[in-house]
Design a protein around this ligand. Structure first.
Ligand code: NAD
Ligand code: AKB
Length: 339
């Protein structure tokens, strides 16, 4: 008999590692993990199986579904915004082609087992495209339907995948005479920039915030690639992980939409600099603006309106800006440094 499991793709990434730690705390949950890169032995020991490989590899996906009955997919594997902009075709292949394969896998599982398969998808504030800074500042907190005109390959990929998820849930196979919904129960969160105390991001554009913190904590100087005034929403990694779990656990009937904004706090590059200098006396932060990367940040919103997430599934961040630094980043970084 195929074993019921939760599947995590992109398992070795910043979110994947923390999600697996958290999910494996529940004795009832068996996890299978997939990533291009091998996981640490400690993380792998929390999973019933780990697969090193590409989400685009059909043979690998076939092998996985022949052995496991997947009831929930956390599909995290992706190329992030800056990396995607340098390799747009590869990004499209992985971010769109890979998501399509995983949605198809979920539909196949749902059909085979006769029960819905939850598909939890991390979208991004990158799906927004504010046309200029004046509009960004005038707009303030944007709602899900506003400014859906991304200027990056990554943003386009994420927005399209939100639509693919909605399509798979409601319309996939609609011309079949015996049409029934596919059983894919798609749920997406548009994350702001996430900040982990444990890992340093790479390949993203919101990376300026977490990079500044990690460089200061390790006593290195940091040249920030956006100007002091650049501002977007952020969130501490534990809140991001809890949000994925809360959305996955929410009864379907409570969810009025497929895709939800969430946020914890907005902060400018100068705001990060001030906190970092305060926390790590002697920290060296300069600003050497990379104009093209900075323009991407200009198109992302100052803040997002996450009222639907609060109302529908009780979203509530634990860490505001002060708590992110005082209760999460600084104590965790100190503990890691003194280990
Ligand atoms: P990450 O770059 O740390 O992790 C992504 C993981 O995906 C990596 O371990 C990578 O090896 C894996 N991967 C990439 N291509 C793959 C492929 N073809 N097959 C198998 N594995 C592959 O990113 P993250 O920060 O953990 O983000 C996870 C997800 O959350 C992504 O979809 C990202 O777009 C989304 N997201 C992240 C943030 C953030 O600030 N971290 C914000 C919004 C959305
Ligand atoms: C990136 O900068 O690409 C990600 C994101 C906000 O989606 N961190």
């Amino acid at each position: 008999m195929r074993k019921p499991v939760v599947m995590v793709t992109g398992a070795n990434g910043e979110i994947g590692q923390r999600l697996i730690e958290r999910l494996s705390g529940d004795a009832e949950t068996d996890i299978i993990a997939l990533d291009l890169h091998p996981m640490s032995a400690a993380l792998a020991s929390r999973c019933v199986a780990t697969f090193v490989g590409d989400i685009l590899d059909d043979n690998l996906l076939q092998r996985i579904v022949s052995e496991y009955a997947i009831h929930t997919v956390f599909h995290l594997a992706a190329l992030l915004s800056t990396r995607a902009e340098y390799t747009p075709f590869a990004a499209h292949r992985v971010n769109v082609g890979g998501t399509l394969k995983l949605l198809n896998l979920a539909a196949d599982q749902a059909r085979r087992d006769g029960t819905p398969v939850k598909f939890v998808f991390p979208s991004s504030i990158a799906i927004y495209g504010l046309p200029d800074l004046a509009t960004k500042h005038a707009a303030g907190r944007v709602r899900e339907g506003d400014f859906n005109a991304p200027t990056t390959m990554y943003g386009c990929n994420k927005l399209y995948c939100e639509h693919l998820g909605r399509y798979y849930m409601h319309h996939f196979g609609q011309l079949n005479s015996n049409f029934r919904p596919s059983g894919v129960d798609f749920r997406a969160i548009r994350f702001p920039g996430l900040i982990s105390a444990v890992t340093v991001p790479s390949g993203g554009t919101s990376d300026f915030g977490p990079e500044m913190v990690h460089m200061a904590a390790s006593g290195q100087s940091y040249a920030c690639f956006v100007p002091e005034a650049a501002q977007i929403p952020f969130m501490a990694m534990p809140d991001g992980v809890e949000a994925l779990l809360a959305l996955a656990a929410a009864p379907r009937a409570q969810l009025g939409q497929e895709t939800y904004n969430i946020t914890a706090f907005s902060m400018s590059a100068a705001g990060f600099r001030d906190r970092v200098v305060d926390a790590f006396p002697g920290a060296q932060v300069t600003f050497e603006v990379h104009h093209a990367r900075s323009r991407i940040i200009d198109t992302w919103p100052l803040d997002v309106d996450d009222t639907p997430a609060r109302n529908d599934w009780g979203w509530q961040p634990k860490y505001d800006a002060d708590a992110t630094f005082d209760d999460y980043l600084l104590p965790t970084l100190m503990a890691l440094t003194h280990r």
